[in-house]
Design a protein around this ligand. Structure first.
Ligand code: NAD
Ligand code: MG
Length: 295
């Protein structure tokens, strides 16, 4: 058998994009092109057999790519998403249904502490346990200046990206068995803030440090905590307020690889951080950014 070599420069759409604003949170089924989450490409080999996973923001983008990969690697998978994203969540369910793979759906708003605790408890109950938690939901609204960031926006960005991570990982860690993994989604903004993402970048910096600190605490429980730090990836987050007007056309074109990433290209990192073979890897952040050199 010989490996098929593929040039990453032209493996996916590399022509830039048309402006296509959507109301937050955006649906990926309406995007042009529709983000590639590995629906037709990810092949599992049993790396997560018997695992029980909850993925936030699992309806679309990076979380959806992780959910597809986990399911095809043998895990039982539950996703959370905002109720306005039911259509994307149902599309994903259909993809997995066709393969005889189950997907549990837990819609609800993660800015609410009570809901965050409930979704962890409900997922654990319905999956028959919980040993893999991907905290991936995120809120990003670009603003030119600090003067344009309202109290409400700052608060929502903090609640979604930082508080929900705190509430959910605290609740999950109480009962996760040794061998479990928590995976957060950080960003290149964790290390080098994009000027117009001040509030968002602040939360991504917090996620990076929280990941490293929690890994130290949970090491003695046998729970690993890591993060993936993406660069520009083609997802609904970007076209529903995540970029300033006029910036979508060239989104991701300035990476050394010359294009934006697709969610499918990150799925393998989440699987790697989840699987038991990488048992010495904890408290680390792994980049996927097309070569920008940030992480
Ligand atoms: P996405 O829009 O597909 O996913 C974000 C998800 O967050 C939404 O699908 C939604 O389900 C969830 N969400 C947001 N607010 C919520 C709320 N109040 N309640 C419940 N769910 C809520 O976009 P994505 O790019 O795949 O984002 C996933 C993660 O990747 C985010 O943490 C984002 O910050 C991070 N990230 C993305 C990029 C990129 O370029 N796309 C780069 C770096 C980091
Ligand atoms: Mg979505």
């Amino acid at each position: 058998m010989s490996a098929t070599l593929v040039d990453p420069q032209d493996k996916y759409h590399s022509d830039g994009f048309v402006e296509q604003p959507q109301e937050w949170p955006g649906l990926q089924r309406e995007m042009k092109p529709v983000p590639d989450c590995g629906e037709d490409s990810y092949v599992g080999t049993g790396r997560l057999g018997g695992r029980r996973a909850l993925v936030t923001g699992g309806d679309s983008g990076i979380g959806r790519a992780a959910a597809i990969a986990f399911a095809r690697e043998g895990a039982r998978v539950a996703i959370n998403y905002h109720p306005r994203e039911q259509a994307d969540a149902d599309d994903l369910k259909e993809v997995l249904d066709r393969e005889g793979l189950e997907l549990l759906q837990f819609p609800g708003d993660l800015t609410d502490e009570a809901f965050c605790l409930k979704v962890v408890d409900d997922a654990r109950a319905q999956l028959g346990g919980l040993d893999l938690l991907v905290i991936n939901a995120g809120y990003q609204q670009a603003q030119k200046s600090i003067e344009d960031i309202s109290h409400e926006q700052f608060d929502r960005t903090m609640k979604t990206n930082v508080y929900a991570m705190f509430w959910m990982s605290k609740r999950a860690a109480e009962s996760m068995p040794a061998g479990s993994a928590i995976i957060n989604t950080a960003s290149v903004n964790s290390f080098n803030p994009v000027e117009e993402l001040l509030d968002y970048a602040t939360t991504k910096g917090a996620i990076e440090i929280f990941t490293k600190g929690l890994a130290k605490q949970l090491a003695t429980k046998g729970i690993r905590v890591n993060a993936v730090a993406p660069g520009p990836v083609w997802t609904p987050l970007q076209i529903s307020g995540g970029q300033l007007e006029g910036k979508i056309g060239q989104f991701g074109q300035d990476t050394p690889i010359g294009r934006a990433g697709q969610p499918a290209e990150l799925a393998g990192l989440y699987v790697t951080l989840a699987e038991p073979g990488n048992s010495f890897t904890t408290g680390s952040v792994f980049g996927a950014n097309g070569g920008t050199g940030v992480v």
